[in-house]
Design a binder for this molecule. Structure first.
Ligand code: ZN
Ligand code: ZN
Length: 364
């Protein structure tokens, strides 16, 4: 990671702290730590002051922290009690009257320690400070997500070639995960979903020993990760024979809704209005109650981040957000269809990062 990007991010964060009259921020959410400093380990606290930047980690990361953070920040390796050390540092810094902390991820115990810092520093909860910066991607971040999405779609094509009636969902998942890893996915950013037959009606199904039968839906929802950035793709196919009439009409409805949202979503639209692009079509056909989740979510260092494309989000989608577009219809006992692609959103519209290959596929 180049120093310039991190410096620019820190400048924007310090401006946001200034607007909230905070003299410092303690960053504890690890994706935020990574975004600001480049450190990828699992143990870290960062103190961002007006000029100071200190990263605390433990012995396991002595070399890695020095290498990843470089000269950007002072790195302190602490035997234990990262919090105690961070609080002491705050008290040693000049002019710290109010410090922010990340309320969404801080434990109640750490919150109490911070409140009882003994130095008269006011500790204030904050939300979405770093997350707001992260919701607008730079060109390098978009390129990483695009690469993750590209390899995810390639892995799927390879895995679908091998799917047969009689395999277990777990067998399909094993092949897909293998194809993802050999193409360079660093990790599966969430547990792979392979749900067959009526199990496809569970929007967040696990993957089981169920055997895939002829005529089953097979729903695959899976991720890839490149440079820490996530892609998230869902395809629903029919196995063993051609789709029946009901399967085809349900699929085409979801596909129409998904295609319309991909075509019309743009920056400046509220999350609610983006969601309505697809939802209005599904509601008009009487399946509104069977589409019980949001249209999509932001993608980045986390597989679920801002902005949300959902009914509860009245905020505008920022330019250069990367989001999923994933309507679904779920009929208990029969099955479900979800189609999910990843797009880069600008004021002019959306550009697909995944392959957008959503035509109904019948594996016969
Ligand atoms: Zn997904
Ligand atoms: Zn998703």
């Amino acid at each position: 990671m180049s120093g310039d990007r991190r410096e620019a991010r820190l400048d924007r964060l310090r401006a946001a702290l200034g607007e909230r009259e905070l003299d410092a921020l303690i960053v504890s959410h690890l994706p935020n730590v990574r975004y600001l400093t480049g450190f990828t380990g699992t143990s870290a606290l960062v103190v961002v002051g007006e000029r100071e930047l200190v990263l605390y980690s433990d012995f396991r990361y002595r070399e890695q922290a020095a290498e990843e953070v470089g000269s950007l920040a002072r790195v302190e390796i602490v035997e234990r009690e990262l919090w105690a050390k961070a609080i002491r540092t705050l008290s040693e810094m000049r002019r710290v009257v109010a410090v922010g902390y990340e309320a969404e991820t801080l434990s109640a115990a750490a919150e109490r320690r911070l409140a009882e810092n003994g130095n008269g520093i006011e500790a204030r909860p904050t939300t979405d400070l770093v997350e707001a910066l992260r919701s607008q991607k730079d060109a390098e971040e978009i390129a990483s997500i695009a690469e993750a999405a590209r390899l995810a779609c390639e892995a799927l094509q390879a895995a679908l070639e091998t799917v047969r009636v009689g395999q277990r969902e777990l067998d399909v998942a094993a092949t897909l995960e293998h194809e993802l890893r050999v193409r360079g996915s660093e990790w599966h950013p969430f547990p792979t979903i392979v749900a067959s037959g009526p199990r496809s009606a569970l929007p967040h199904a696990g993957t089981t020993e169920r055997i895939v039968e002829s005529g089953d839906w097979l729903l695959l929802d899976f991720g890839a990760q490149v440079d820490g950035y996530c892609a998230d793709v869902t395809r629903t196919v029919v196995v063993g024979r051609a789709a029946d009439e009901r399967q085809r009409s349900m699929y085409e409805l979801v596909r129409e809704a998904q295609g319309r949202a991909v075509q019309h979503v743009r920056a400046g639209m509220t999350g609610r209005d983006a969601d309505a692009l697809a939802r209005s079509i599904i509601e008009a056909r009487g399946f509104g109650d069977q589409f019980g989740h949001s249209l999509g979510h932001g993608l980045g260092l986390e597989v679920h981040e801002g902005p949300s494309l959902g009914r509860a989000n009245e905020k505008e989608i920022p330019a250069d957000a990367v989001v999923t577009v994933e309507p679904g219809i779920y009929l208990p006992g029969w099955g479900g269809v979800r189609i999910e692609d990843d797009v880069h959103v600008t004021a002019d519209g959306a550009t697909l990062l995944s392959d957008g290959d959503t035509e109904l596929r019948e594996l016969v």
